[in-house]
Design a protein around this ligand. Structure first.
Ligand SMILES: Nc1ncnc2c1ncn2[C@@H]1O[C@H](COP(=O)(O)OP(=O)(O)OP(=O)(O)O)[C@@H](O)[C@H]1O
Length: 257
């Protein structure tokens, strides 16, 4: 459903990402990890049509991405800048649904259902400044989920919330996306999270970022925060991804080990 072909981007003379080739299947959860500054956010912004790549291209459901596609939603790490402070949680979640052509009543119903799904049904009338950071990020996630995109892009979505909220949100996103058959591309610097959340982990090399590794996460589902992380297979995968991020190994070496 998503295809990146030789995707390259430079800021002036500085090359941030270099000939990234990647195919993501419908319904897959793909995590992208890599060292700081390797171009993860540049990659996500190119897929979202927020920047025009200097080379190569992005195909979403067979169509070239030239501006932000309709069938896509993005969740950023910085929730404080992604919600409108003058709108209630309900109105923030309902706003993008105008693009779906829904009337006010249908928008409010869908927004309320999404807020309930993230545990914020009782806070629908609150404004962002009346909510904690974790609650605001839940609202951002509810907004993306309510929109029912075919592709959900997430850039460090759980990076600014406390550890317990983070675990709850990881499980929530996995559950809702699996239920609605959404495809997820999630960027994180957290190796542990990438293995817990992903069906696949794509590792970018240090700058300019290119695909250094692509690992299938063959762990039983549904994932469980305690039991999954105890599995020998989880511990091994986490070590493999950790080595790849540090440039100590690659796919070929892992396959021939
Ligand atoms: N708008 C911009 N103009 C110039 N350089 C930029 C711009 N955005 C990013 N860069 C540079 O491109 C490189 C890649 O940045 P990017 O934010 O994509 O990396 P990242 O892997 O997401 O980083 P981090 O893990 O630290 O968030 C960095 O060296 C950064 O300084």
């Amino acid at each position: 459903m998503l295809e990146l072909v030789d995707l390259t981007h430079s800021y002036g003379t500085y090359r941030a990402i270099d000939r990234i080739n990647l195919t993501v299947k419908q319904g897959e959860v793909v995590c992208v990890v890599g060292p700081s500054g390797c171009g993860k956010s540049t990659l996500l912004r190119s897929i979202a049509g927020l920047i025009k790549p200097s080379g190569g291209g992005v195909l979403l459901e067979g169509r070239p991405v030239e501006s932000t596609p309709d069938n896509l939603a993005v969740v950023f790490q910085d929730y404080s800048r992604s919600l409108y402070p003058w709108l209630s949680a309900l109105a923030n979640v309902g706003l993008p649904l105008r693009r779906r052509g829904l009337n006010r009543k249908a928008r409010d119903e869908a927004a309320m259902a999404a807020l309930t799904e993230v545990g914020l049904g009782a806070a629908a009338a609150k404004f962002p400044w009346e909510m904690s950071g974790g609650m605001q990020q839940r609202v951002s996630i509810a907004r993306a989920l309510a929109y029912r995109p075919s592709l959900l892009l997430m850039d460090e979505p759980f990076g600014s919330v406390d550890a317990q909220t983070r675990e709850e949100l990881e499980d929530l996103v996995l559950r809702v996306c699996a239920h609605h058959g959404m495809t997820i591309l999630l960027i994180t610097h957290d190796v542990d999270e990438s293995v817990y959340v992903g069906d696949r982990v794509v590792v970018l090399s240090k700058a300019p970022g290119t695909v250094a590794g692509d690992l299938t996460v063959d762990l039983p589902g549904p994932r469980d925060q305690i039991r999954t992380r105890e599995l020998d297979a989880f511990v091994k995968l986490r070590a493999d991804v950790g080595r790849m991020v540090r440039g100590m190994t690659n796919n070929h070496e892992l396959e021939t080990r």
